[in-house]
Each structure stands twice: as C-alpha cells, then as structure tokens.
Design a protein around this ligand. Sequence first.
Ligand SMILES: NC(=O)c1ccc[n+]([C@@H]2O[C@H](COP(=O)([O-])OP(=O)(O)OC[C@H]3O[C@@H](n4cnc5c(N)ncnc54)[C@H](O)[C@@H]3O)[C@@H](O)[C@H]2O)c1
Length: 335
Amino acid sequence: MKILITGGAGYIGSTIASALEDAGHTPVILDSLVTGRAEFTRGRAFYKGDIADRALVKKVFAEHPDIFAVIHCAALIVVPESTEKPYEYYRENVGKSLELFNSLKEVGSKRLVFSSSASIYDVVPGFMVTEDAPLKPTSPYARTKFMMEMILRDFCAAYGSRGIALRYFNPIGADPQMRSGLQLETSTHALGRLVDVQLGKIPEFTITGTDYPTRDGTGIRDYIHVWDLAQAHVRAVEGFDDAFQKAGNPADNYLVINLGTGRGVTVRELVTAFEKVTGQPIHKSDGPRRPGDTAGSFCSADTAKRMLGWQAELSIEQGISDALKWGEMRGRILK
Ligand SMILES: NC(=O)c1ccc[n+]([C@@H]2O[C@H](COP(=O)([O-])OP(=O)(O)OC[C@H]3O[C@@H](n4cnc5c(N)ncnc54)[C@H](O)[C@@H]3O)[C@@H](O)[C@H]2O)c1
C-alpha cells in the first residue's frame, strides 16, 4: 500500500519509510527540510514543501490517488526551543496541522496516524501511564502535541475520518541498517549526550537531577528503539481498520495508543547499560535538575499489543549500540 509520510525526511519519519519499504509498501514523502535531510529521501517519491501548502497536498494526492493513509510526523520538536519561541511552535505545529487536516478532508483522505508524545502525560505515582492517565503538558512543545490531538479528534468526529494518535515514549538508536538516524550533530537527549561524550565531542555526561522520587533518584524514561517504533507504524497502517474493530465501539473514530517498551529505565541505569555496551566507564557527574524536566514515566504497552499486535522487541543495548554506530557514520552519510 502507498502511505504519505509528512516529515518523512526526519529522524523518525525516514525510519518509518524504510520499515514500510521493507514490508513491501511505498512511502511518499512530504517534507519542507526545515530540520529533515534530503539524503533520507533518496530513491523515494519526495515533495519538498510545507504541510500547510494546500495546493501541494492536492498535487500529491492528484499524482498518488492510491494513498491509503497518512502518517503525520512533521513538527518542530525541541522542547527548550519551544519555550523561547512559542509563536513559531504553535504556528508550525498547531496552525499548520490544522491546515493539513483540512486539505486531507478536501482530498477525501480519511485515515491518519499521528506522531504524538508521552510528554503530554502528567507524572503519576509508580510512573506507569496508561492511555487514560491524566494529561499535563508542561512545555509549549508538549502543548502543541496535545492541541493537535484535540483537533484531530474533533475532525474525526465531524468529518467521518479516522485517526490514531501514537504517543511515543523516548525513541533511541538508528535504523539497524544505518539508512537513517538522528540528523542533528548534537542532541539534548540523554543517550545523544552519552554518545557525544564517547565520540569526544563533550567532556562529560551530567546526570541532571538526582533527587527525583525514583528508585535511584534519577529521571525515569521508557527508551524505545526507533526501529521498533517504525514497525509499530507499519502495523498501524496495515491494521488500521482492524484496530477500530478491536476498539469495541464501532462509533469510535479516534484512538490513542502508547508506543514504548513498558519498562522504565533510570538515567543511572541508562549510563550503566551504555558502559556495558562500550566496555568502559564514561566520564560523568551529578548535576541539578534541568528546568522543565520531570521525574518521567514509562508506558503500559498493553493497548499497542491488543490493537496493533505489536510489541517492542529490541533491547536498550541494541539501541545504544546502533546510536553509537550511527554517531560514527553520520558525518559520512550526511554531508
Ligand atoms: N524524537 C523524539 O524524541 C520524539 C518523541 C515523541 C514524539 N516525537 C514526534 O515524532 C515526530 C517526528 O520527530 P523526529 O524526531 O523525527 O523529528 P525531526 O525533526 O527529525 O523530523 C521532523 C520532520 O518534519 C519536517 N517538518 C517540520 N515542519 C514541517 C512543515 N511545516 N512542513 C513540512 N515538513 C516539516 C522536518 O523538516 C523534519 O524532516 C514529531 O512529530 C515529534 O513531535 C518525537
């Protein structure tokens, strides 16, 4: 089947494109390249442009009338930047998704899979969140994701389309075949910083916050290999209509599904796993909490298993080792 991926030149979208191809499907990419990379679109149908460009969306569907579903990954995603530039984040993520959803309605595209985020959840006792756990997005970025979900839900209710919001936990690693990985040279995420220390780009890894109410005082996350995440999207489009059947209520036209491993890993545990993979201790120190950070969460992965027949398979060590491999190769693949 043919699948349109907005943001398909980015880290996650391009990995989804590879997973779709490996499963015998055809991705079509729509990406402005604001943060994405043309290298990730090579050999694929690619439209360079903005999701809010109505004429372009119409052109894509005129040239590919057999698009079965849309996976909407395009967004600005840097949390600290979103606090400095809320106008840009609300315009790019919320305003432009609204236009995209309207264009999709006009071309009669009725199936949408949306890249949502676990950052919209509140911190709950025990740190495990199910899809109906309370929401409390704490940054402009997270609030854009929350708003996009609400808009999608209202569109599905009003216009007879169907949407699946996939709430990603913490994607790590790279395509195991090294076709794609994190395109940015430096990362603000914990594993990205560990890789940067290992590659000599920064002197040491600072554990930001050691007084959280977790088992060792450091933040807890659910690190999911980006290849597992990509496989979940393959299942979501292949089993799109079935998922709504399984939801039980035929009137349901909007579903929310967590994508994570179901296992919480603290920052100290991540560091230990990293040292196990590299076989050597890393320079590290304890530091204060970063503003805006929370103790974190991990997911209940039951809904994904039930609705999509999917569960994460790759280990955290594999994610670390693929991130390291990508970190070494990145400069040769992305010029
Ligand atoms: N990376 C994570 O940790 C994470 C976690 C949870 C959710 N997500 C979500 O997953 C999605 C993909 O994230 P990613 O990590 O691949 O980020 P990314 O920056 O690598 O990819 C985003 C892509 O969208 C494109 N884009 C942005 N605005 C656009 C616009 N207006 N029109 C066309 N293209 C546009 C960019 O050029 C880029 O290729 C995002 O929606 C993000 O919110 C990411």
